[in-house]
Design a protein around this ligand. Sequence first.
Ligand code: FMN
Length: 365
Amino acid sequence: MAGITDVAYRTLCREQAAAAVPSGHPGLFVCEMITSRGLVEGDATTKSMLAFDEGESVRSVQLYGTDPGHLGEATKILCGEYGVDHVDLNFGCPVPKVTRKGGGAALPWKRNLLAAILRSVIAAAAPYGVPVTMKTRKGIDEDHLTFLEAGRIAGDTGAAAIALHGRTAMQGYSGEADWSSIAELVEATDIPVLGNGDIWEAGDALRMVERTGVAGVVVGRGCLGRPWLFRDLATAFASDTVRTQLPRLGEVTATMRRHAELLVRYQGEERGCKEFRKHVSWYLKGFRAGGELRHALALVNTLSELDTLLGELDPDESFPVTELGRPRGRQGAPRRSVVLPEGWLADRDDLASVAPEEIGETSGG
Ligand SMILES: Cc1cc2nc3c(=O)[nH]c(=O)nc-3n(C[C@H](O)[C@H](O)[C@H](O)COP(=O)(O)O)c2cc1C
C-alpha cells in the first residue's frame, strides 16, 4: 500500500507474523508501489523507496506504469540491481489522475496493452527466475467489467497469479467487496487467484478461502494500525483455526514504539517521526486516549517525546472489541464517474490516448 508498506512497516508486520509461526511462512509483504518511469529515469525518491530489511528474505515490489517497454526495463533493474524476488503489477488504482491517463484500473480495458505489458515484464523477469503477478479490480464499472478477461490474459502470458479486489474503480473503497466475483475468477482461471477486499480479521481470510476457493488473500486497510493482524492470519493459515489475540493498550503502545523506532532507523529521527504521525489515529482507534494526547502524538518530533506521550496511556486498557470486523481507513462513497482518456471505452484496441505515468505517482490502489 502506497504510503504505508515502507520497509519499516513491512518489517514490523513480518516480525508479528514470524513470532506466531516461527517455523512457517509469515506471508508476503509487498513494498509500496513504485513507478516504472521513476526507476528507469533514476528518480531519487523512487530509488529511496526500494529499501529492504536484512531479514526480508523475499523482496517483493509492486510496479506501476502504462508502457510495456518502460515496465520491462524497470523489471530488469529491480531484478538485476535490487535483488527483487517478486514483481507485482498494479492495475487496480482508481484515482482520477491515474485513470485519466489510462493507467491503474482503467488499463485492463485495453486488453492488448495489458497483454503486452505482462509479456514484457514476464520476459524481463524470466532470466532471474522471478515470478510476476498482477493485481486488478472487477473493472471500470459494472457495465465495463474486465476481470475475467484479465485472468485469461494473465494465464496466457505466464503470470504466476492474479489478485482481484472485488470492487470496480467506480466503487472506490465504498460498500462491500463482491467476493462472488472472486469465486467466478477462480472458476474461470487456471492460475492461482488471490482474493482482496474486506479482510478485517483472520476469520474473514478463512471465510474468503472457503467461499471462493482462492489460493490466498491480500490484506489492505485491515492492517492499518494493526500489524498484529498478520500474527492472527499466520496462526489461522497454519492451524485452520482463528485465535484472535487482542492486545491491551500496553502492547499497542509497545508496537507503536517499535514502528517509530524502525522508521527512525531507516529515515532518521526527524523524517521517521513525521512519517509515524499518520499511523497514530489508526493505532488508537476505539481506545479511550483523550483528544489532547492524540493531538500531541500526531505532532511528535522525537522518540523520547513519543515515549513520554505513550507513557500517559493506561497499559491495562483492554482492546476495544467494537472495532473488530469494522472497516478502517478510506471508505467514502462511490464515484459519480471514472475519469478516463477521451474515447477510452469506444475502442478496446486503440492505444492512442494512453499516457505515461507521473514519475512520483503515489496513489496506489
Ligand atoms: C492508503 C492505501 C494505499 C493503497 N495503495 C495501494 C497500492 O499501492 N497498490 C495496490 O495494489 N493497492 C493499494 N491499495 C488498495 C489495497 O491494496 C486494497 O486493494 C484495497 O484497500 C481493498 O482491500 P481492503 O478492502 O481489504 O482494504 C491501497 C489502499 C489504501 C487504503
